[in-house]
Design a binder for this molecule. Structure first.
Ligand SMILES: *[C@@H]1O[C@H](CO)[C@@H](O)[C@H](O)[C@H]1NC(C)=O
Ligand SMILES: *[C@@H]1O[C@H](CO)[C@@H](O)[C@H](O)[C@H]1NC(C)=O
Ligand SMILES: *[C@@H]1O[C@H](CO)[C@@H](O)[C@H](O)[C@H]1NC(C)=O
Length: 507
């Protein structure tokens, strides 16, 4: 009798255990699937309102990304939802939706050529090298049917790389992140290895492979010009530029690339092919040909096959849109022993202000915008910048090549901010957005964390470590303080503030 009871209770306990375990599994898989879908659905850059995670408490939001366990995951999910809501609120703010001036014909970089007679078409290539713009034969008149890279090119205007709420942007990043790669060749020029990847619909992206772990800081003894280029810096820079409201960078997205199937097997680059090998632990590696870090000691290796990298949308071919390269007046000496003039001459800006093209229009404040961006992400490597030739001097500065940003989080580099410090000049729209990003409700680190969580590589690991995110908040404070100091040194606000948005309310 007693044996019987004991057995029954044991069976009961076993049953309870099974029920408990399966419930637990169900909950875990449900949580994981919600989390996973959200990563895929919110692929860049459509911020959707319908984020269904629970509990919205900002004070619970911060950090403990590193730890594991289901409790932490819940906190993370809540804060992700929270921060996505912040990002969405930021992008809905009037300062990000300022009325754009009407764009006359000449303010677009490119256009589709008007349809000509069929017989002329038949002999032409898919893409016209004519300076008028793209040939419409292949790209049928209705914009919906254009491939995303073409919509991106057609959306470039005098003052920005893309529109604030441009729907083609998410199509473009999705293409770069997931479409089949049909060709991969090394890009000539430049010091470090990068590949031009092509897609079946003629789109192209510039691929920079991962070279450094995210938690590693740049070696303090390394000069800025020999620092690694970081794939996550390229991605994060694009998000930061957008969060600052500049929109002066071509879109960049992360991707896991198969070293063999998506590079070695399809490349027509014979020099590249000879640099592939299998590492002692069986990982697929290659190193390419370039002037820095292209050797077996600095090989780029899959784990075992896939490597992380950044995919940046290529700008229109130079045959369609010439670019002009400008030497930055605050360029570093690129020498281990010499200083540049701006480093010793305290009146340097006065002479720059009188020098074309900095003597008129927005060129100087645009350069200062760029130095603010660079200071925030600690990019010391901005020796040149480019503009589109077509627009002359009155146009935005293209923020290209950001791989050497986000190298150090524990230290700030005040000299990057020299243009602002020495000139004491800033666009009003920039200042107001910086203020916004310093508020708890739009906090810079939170909106960056949210924005970066939309990148496909965020599923592998957060694109910036928490230290880098909090460095952004710290540096933002420095920028705002610098402007405050400028205002105190100058009698009139208008000496410091360049009012580019005079219709916008407020002092
Ligand atoms: C958020 O949580 C903190 C403590 O965890 C609490 O003090 C605060 O009132 C909460 N805020 C909201 C809006 O619920
Ligand atoms: C454009 O597309 C429409 C429908 O998709 C098609 O009927 C038309 O022939 C196409 N025109 C050209 C020039 O390809
Ligand atoms: C543009 O800038 C250059 C300075 O490099 C100057 O020589 C030229 O006159 C400027 N063009 C206009 C139209 O202001």
């Amino acid at each position: 009798m007693r044996v019987c009871t004991r057995r029954r209770s044991r069976t009961l306990r076993l049953w309870l255990l099974i029920v408990f375990l399966s419930l637990h599994l169900l909950v875990v898989s449900l949580v994981l699937s919600i989390y996973h879908t959200s990563c895929e659905l919110h692929s860049y850059p459509d911020i959707q309102t319908s984020i269904s995670f629970s509990v919205q408490n900002t004070s619970a939001s911060t950090s403990t990304m590193a730890a594991a366990g289901s409790d932490t995951q819940e906190v993370e999910m809540d804060s992700t939802a929270d921060n996505l809501a912040k990002l969405e609120a930021l992008y809905s703010h009037p300062l990000y939706n300022l009325p754009t001036p009407p764009l006359p014909d000449g303010d677009w970089l490119l256009k589709l050529r008007t349809q000509k007679k069929e017989e002329e078409h038949s002999t032409q290539q898919w893409l016209s090298a004519n300076e008028d713009g793209y040939d419409p034969i292949r790209w049928n008149a209705s914009a919906e049917t254009h491939p995303p890279w073409l919509r991106f090119h057609l959306g470039i205007s005098r003052w920005q790389m893309y529109q604030h709420k441009d729907p083609s942007l998410s199509a473009l990043t999705q293409q770069m992140a997931s479409h089949r790669i049909v060709s991969a060749v090394q890009k000539s020029g430049g010091t470090q290895l990068k590949l031009v990847m092509s897609f079946p619909n003629y789109g192209q992206a510039l691929f920079k492979p991962m070279k450094q772990e995210r938690h590693e800081e740049t070696n303090v003894n390394l000069y800025y010009f020999s620092d690694f280029e970081r794939h996550n810096a390229e991605i994060a820079a694009f998000h930061l530029d957008r969060i600052l409201g500049f929109r002066r960078m071509p879109p960049v997205v992360g991707r896991l690339v198969n070293v063999i199937r998506e590079i070695k097997d399809i490349t027509t680059d014979h020099k590249l092919v000879t640099t592939f090998f299998t590492s002692p632990v069986g990982n697929a590696c290659f190193y390419g040909k370039c002037s820095y870090y292209c050797s077996t000691e600095h090989a780029i290796c899959g784990r075992p096959l896939k490597i992380e990298g950044s995919m940046a949308a290529m700008l229109p071919d130079l045959s369609l849109a010439q670019r002009r390269s400008w030497r930055s007046p605050w360029r570093r000496s690129y020498s281990r022993s010499k200083l540049a003039q701006w480093e010793t001459d305290s009146n340097y800006c006065d002479s720059i202000k009188k020098t074309p093209p900095y003597d008129r229009g927005t060129r100087l404040v645009d350069l200062i915008d760029m130095s603010i961006l660079d200071f925030l992400m600690s990019n010391m490597d901005r020796h040149h910048y480019e503009t589109f030739e077509k627009f002359g001097n009155d146009t935005f500065l293209i923020h290209l090549d950001n791989g050497r940003a986000f190298g150090r989080h524990s230290k700030d580099e005040p000299s990057i901010l020299s243009p602002l410090v020495q000139c004491c000049r800033v666009r009003r729209s920039t200042l107001l957005r910086l203020h916004l990003l310093s508020l708890q409700s739009y906090r810079m680190s939170d909106v960056m964390r949210a924005s970066l969580s939309l990148d496909p590589l965020a599923a592998v690991a957060p694109l910036l470590t928490e230290q880098h995110l909090s460095a952004l908040d710290r540096r933002l404070e420095t920028v705002i303080q610098t402007i405050q100091d400028c205002l105190q040194q100058h009698q009139h606000h208008s000496d410091v503030i360049y009012d580019d948005i005079s219709d916008y309310p407020g002092a």
